[in-house]
Ligand binder design. Structure first.
Ligand code: PXG
Length: 289
């Protein structure tokens, strides 16, 4: 495997960054997780737009054009023969002095890793997954906006640890108001009386690319979509629920906090959305070859 770092490709064992990089010292940086399906980098443009917005939010001036960043992604897939897989891109503040001041960092670094992906087992998409609400709250938009896909993932990792401690692989996080935010690495949707409902961005969540793609699918299928405030009560009483994420795609949720959701298996609207989503992923993006 060869990893892209700042314009060059390095063998995996030689792909290294400085211990003085503020990405490591302070989690000062950004990342993306992007899927590749049959040589199509799914929604690459949307991921690059999210990088630009995240960079703006953390006052990190990107020294590369969107085209340059896109080219690094395409080249990383080509070099590594990744036709189906996963791209992890990382932008760090760069090498600087000890101390928080980002202005001591001379220039940001861009790292692009294209690799295989460990897929969820097929049965998850039929049987669904069980969730538990964890005590850790999703951080407030007034602290570090969760819309920023930053290298500070401890909020999510603490929630994940709580879920794992209870024997669950994924969990629901509430925001500081006690309303539904999202999961540790996925967005959440419910279906109620034929409508697709999901927490609005100000509920403290990452604006997932899969979330947006799923809402697009719903509109194409004529399913009304609502972004609003949701409580756990709404999820417990949903007809269907599912998670979205680049790794998860669309995964049915069949239980939350010991309450069975809907029929306790993948619901009909979830199934339709997953079917259309899987049709789109091979065409809606930037081709590698
Ligand atoms: N919320 C959070 C907190 C996430 O980290 C999503 C929602 C879904 O966003 P996308 O844009 O993927 O639809 C994420 C994404 C990993 C991994 O390696 C994590 C994500 C995506 C891909 C890989 O754990 N999280």
């Amino acid at each position: 495997m060869e990893v892209y770092i700042d314009g060059k490709f390095y063998k995996k064992e030689d792909a290294k960054i400085s211990v003085f990089d503020h990405g490591l010292l302070y989690g000062d940086g950004l990342f993306e997780g992007i899927r590749v399906y049959d040589n199509c980098i799914f929604k690459l443009d949307a991921h690059l737009e999210r990088i630009e917005y995240s960079a703006k939010a953390i006052a990190l001036e990107l020294p590369w054009t969107r085209e340059e960043i896109a080219r690094a992604h395409v080249e990383a897939c080509r070099r590594n023969g990744v036709a189906n897989g996963y791209i992890r891109s990382v932008i760090t503040r760069g090498v600087g002095d000890l101390g928080l001041n980002p202005h001591t960092c001379a220039k940001p670094s861009l790292i692009v890793i294209a690799d295989k992906i460990a897929l969820y087992p097929a049965e998850v998409y039929e049987k669904g997954i069980r969730l538990i609400t964890v005590p850790t709250r999703r951080m407030s938009v007034a602290a570090l906006p969760p819309m920023v896909k930053s290298l500070n993932y401890l909020n999510n990792i603490l929630a994940k640890i709580e879920a794992l401690n209870c024997g669950f692989d994924e969990c629901l996080l509430l925001n500081d108001q006690g309303n539904v935010a999202e999961c540790s690495g996925d967005n959440i949707f419910i279906v109620h009386k034929g409508k697709l409902i999901t927490p609005m961005p100000s509920s403290s969540l990452l604006m997932g690319i899969t979330r947006a793609a799923t809402m697009e699918c719903a509109r194409e299928l004529g399913i009304p979509v609502v972004e609003t405030t949701l409580t756990r009560y709404d999820v417990w009483n949903a007809d269907e629920a599912f998670l979205t994420g680049s790794a998860a795609e669309v995964i049915p949720v069949v239980e939350l906090d010991g309450r069975k959701i809907g029929a306790g298996k993948c619901g009909p609207i979830t199934a339709k959305l997953l079917e259309l989503f899987r049709k789109k992923v091979r065409t809606d993006g930037v081709m590698v070859a």
